[in-house]
Design a protein around this ligand. Structure first.
Ligand code: 6PG
Length: 474
């Protein structure tokens, strides 16, 4: 390498796939000098070809790449989550000096991020786990960014991250999230909500298609109309477009040619798993994760459909679709509320000190779950930063109350017709459980004490009690 490149560039990227390249171009667009490294010759070539008009450079040799960066050297990783992140860290660490910064921008598991942050801190290096949302388009023109890690090192990257992020009302969709793995935890939760909203859209499609007998054009129109109102969101917008896309191979609408088996990379599952660990129920999200898993049993589903019969048409009254909009709003609120509830708990449990309003604020643009409703969430937590649950917010309560009868109508009619609506149904029972002042859990406690002497607490006196349940029968 010629000495010309030494200590020249502001930021470096390892992993020059589409996401990595796009984020580099975005940084270069905003006046930052950037450099990239990838093991693949092809990716380096693509960087060169596509990045001709930018102030950027690719290096095949890791030493040249690191050498080319100004100090403190800031390296962003956009490589697949898992072992590769550890391998890259191992490779670059000996080439870095105290105070240098590594930012992992993949969908890494939060506990891995905690482990890496501790190990790198011991070497005097700063480590950031940064959630990045918005896909390839977002990376290129403005993602939502969720960086977590050493607060003092954030100053080095703050201006750049604010410049490249999406903007809503001129405000950047990035904020320092918190210490350790806070950024990756928040991104994981974002994805859990993403799974739930996607599933609710799929269930709505199912209700309209199999319950009401709508064709794709009619379904598209419903989504189009909703997207002009309070349900406006990125996912609603792309979903309505899916219903218009023609398959070049068959001339049919492509959506009908796609296998009904959903894949996943694991972030939704992690959200549900961790929520179980910290005892925060995420019924809507859990049902969405389970629905993707159930979709994998195609042969079994066909066999059981044969045994038990298909779902029936819904006995729908004239304003059923209006009620369906209410039901969607209700379940959407529940999905976001559950995600925020998990963050509320994680903030305490893991010491992330999350600013809930700030998180809602940076999700308003750039990310996959951006939606009109995030403004309401932002307002709710701005008014009351200590809010435990979104259902408690008065403005949201008023809207939920107004739509509750319609919501119950849609969900009960779909259930009656045998239409599978796991996330809708889970949302309603979650809500009904949370608004039950006295749950039947007293019976659960009695049973536990009966068979295992696990004790119970009384409503009229302090302490724990045990009785021999086989005696003293009425
Ligand atoms: C985003 C997305 C992104 C990715 C999902 C896909 O915020 O930009 O969430 O991270 O597309 O992880 O997840 P699945 O493959 O599990 O659906």
């Amino acid at each position: 390498m010629s000495n010309d490149n030494k200590n020249t560039y502001n930021f470096g990227m390892i992993g020059l796939g589409t996401m990595g390249r796009n984020l580099l171009f975005n940084m270069a667009d905003h006046g930052f000098s950037v450099t990239g490294h990838d093991k693949s010759e092809k990716m380096l070539q693509l960087l060169e070809e596509e990045g001709k008009s930018h102030q950027l450079k690719g290096f095949a040799k890791i030493e040249d790449f690191i050498d080319s960066l100004q100090s403190p050297k800031t390296i962003i990783l956009l490589v697949p989550a898992g072992k590769i992140v550890d391998d890259v860290i191992e490779e670059v660490t000996p080439l870095l000096s105290k105070g240098d910064i590594i930012i992992d921008s993949g969908n890494s598991y939060y506990a891995d991020t905690t482990r890496r942050a501790i190990a790198l801190k011991a070497k005097g290096l700063h480590f950031f786990g940064m959630g990045i949302s918005g896909g390839e388009e977002g990376a290129r023109f403005g993602p939502s960014l969720m960086p977590g890690g050493d607060k003092e090192a954030y100053a080095v990257v703050k201006d750049m991250l604010e410049a490249v992020s999406a903007k809503v009302n001129g405000e950047p969709c990035v904020a320092y999230i918190g210490p350790g793995a806070a950024g990756h935890f928040v991104k994981m939760t974002h994805n859990g909500i993403e799974y739930a909203i996607m599933q609710l859209l799929a269930e709505t499609y199912e209700i309209l298609k199999n319950g009401l007998g709508y064709d794709n054009g009619q379904i598209q129109q419903v989504f189009e109309q909703w997207n002009n109102g309070r349900l406006k969101s990125f996912l609603m917008e792309i979903t309505k477009e899916v219903f218009l896309f023609k398959d070049v191979k068959t001339g049919n609408l492509l959506v009908d040619e796609i296998k009904d088996e959903a894949k996943s990379k694991g972030t939704g599952k992690w959200t549900s798993q961790i929520a179980m660990d910290v005892e925060i129920p995420l019924s809507t999200i859990d049902a969405a994760v389970a629905a993707r898993n159930l979709s994998k049993f195609k042969a079994l589903r066909l066999e059981l459909e044969n045994s038990f019969g298909k779902s029936a048409a819904i006995d729908a009254q004239a304003d059923f679709v209006k009620d369906l909009e209410e039901a969607f709003y209700f379940a959407m609120v529940s999905a976001y509320a559950q995600g925020m509830h998990l963050l509320w708990r994680a903030s305490d449990e893991f010491g992330y000190e999350l600013n809930m309003a700030e998180i809602a604020k940076i999700w308003r643009g750039g990310c996959i779950i951006r939606a009109e409703f995030l403004q309401d969430i932002y307002q709710a937590y701005t008014q009351n930063p200590e809010l435990q649950h979104l259902y408690q917010d008065e403005a949201i309560q008023a809207k939920l109350k107004k739509g509750l009868a319609g919501t119950r109508n849609v969900i009960s009619k779909a259930l009656q017709a045998g239409i599978a609506i796991p996330s809708f149904a889970a949302s309603l029972t979650y809500f009904d459980t949370l608004k039950t002042g006295r749950m039947p859990s007293n019976l659960t406690q009695a049973q536990r004490d009966y068979f295992g002497a696990h004790t119970f607490e009384r409503i009229d006196s302090e302490g724990v009690f045990h009785v021999d349940w086989s005696t003293n029968k009425a």
